[in-house]
Design a binder for this molecule. Structure first.
Ligand SMILES: Cc1ncc(COP(=O)(O)O)c(C=O)c1O
Length: 289
């Protein structure tokens, strides 16, 4: 992309982008399962916020078609943080083109993991457009801290001038830049980490198949095991923890009521043995129910 801007955190980047690009009289369209910082950014912008059902492009199209705002912004996680599913970005982009809207993509969980060279979900789909505002975080796959927004030259200049979460905070220290430069080289060069991560995802899905709880459909390293009941999810997380395995139990309001889950997040630093150990522990705990 032509230009990028570093932010102190992904949270700050999303607040900055949405409040700088939209204002009173404008409309932000937001997927129902978007991360809290897109939700908060949309609120902060003072634009009207229209929430569409998760990945329901027909509903989004109806909303866009009926909207007369001068600036329209569609905001979506690229990889949803609690479900691990991937937004159909080519179709979202086509909708934005038809209705002259910006597409704000939060790729916190795709950058470094998906696409050639770990370039993220846009690369995964092979799409590019001057109407895409691309946000990637640097504290997850990149293993450091902070975030960046990339896009069209004029868009980034606008953010330099208008994004309050960029302007009114102290710039990140040079040591972070040095660590990030080294990290980005590894992200780009070490494809074997992504190959291994993908293999771990496949192994996990296969080995959890016979359990009483079901994994949600996800091809990313975020693998939610749906338990349903809050107490049962907490007990399961506790049981794993007692076996030395840390998997957080995610409950409402972070996820919809009745869908408490273990949010399994794999990393390239995990081994096949780790995955097998987790599967074994879950099998043992399912017998103990
Ligand atoms: C989808 C998503 N966007 C943004 C963020 C915020 O990024 P940061 O931790 O850099 O503030 C997170 C999680 O932290 C996230 O999961």
């Amino acid at each position: 992309m032509p230009r990028a801007l570093h932010f102190a955190a992904g949270y700050m980047a999303n607040l900055g982008i949405l409040a700088a690009l939209a204002g009173r009289g404008d409309t932000v369209f937001s997927d129902q399962l978007n991360h809290a910082c897109l939700v908060d950014g949309a609120r902060l912008s003072r634009a009207e916020v229209r929430v569409y059902p998760h990945l329901d492009l027909a509903a989004l199209e109806d909303m866009l078609a009926g909207c007369a705002s001068p600036t329209k912004l569609v905001a979506s996680d690229a990889v949803f943080s609690m479900d691990g599913d991937i937004a159909p970005l080519p179709e979202l982009l086509a909708l934005c083109e038809r209705h002259d809207a910006w597409l704000v993509v939060d790729d916190a969980h795709g950058f470094g993991v998906l696409g050639e060279g770990g370039r993220g979900t846009l690369a995964h789909f092979g799409i590019a457009s001057p109407r895409i505002v691309y946000m990637g975080t640097l504290g997850k796959a990149a293993g450091v801290h902070g975030a960046f927004v990339a896009g069209d030259e004029a868009l980034i200049e606008w953010l330099v001038q208008r994004a309050r979460t960029y302007i009114f905070t102290t710039a990140s220290p040079p040591l972070l830049a040095v660590a990030l430069a080294a990290s980005l080289e590894l992200v780009e060069a070490e494809e074997h980490r992504r190959t291994r991560l993908a293999a771990l995802v496949g192994r996990l899905r296969k080995s959890l198949a016979g359990l009483p709880w079901k994994l949600k459909a996800s091809e990313t390293p975020i693998q939610p095991l749906i338990v349903g009941d809050n107490r049962a999810a907490l007990d399961l997380a506790e049981g794993l923890r007692a076996r030395g395995i840390w998997v957080p139990a995610i409950r409402p309001p972070t996820v919809p009521a009745g869908s408490a889950r273990l949010r399994i997040a794999l990393s390239a630093a995990h081994s096949v043995e780790h995955v097998d150990e987790l599967a074994e522990a879950l099998r043992a705990l399912s017998g103990a129910r």
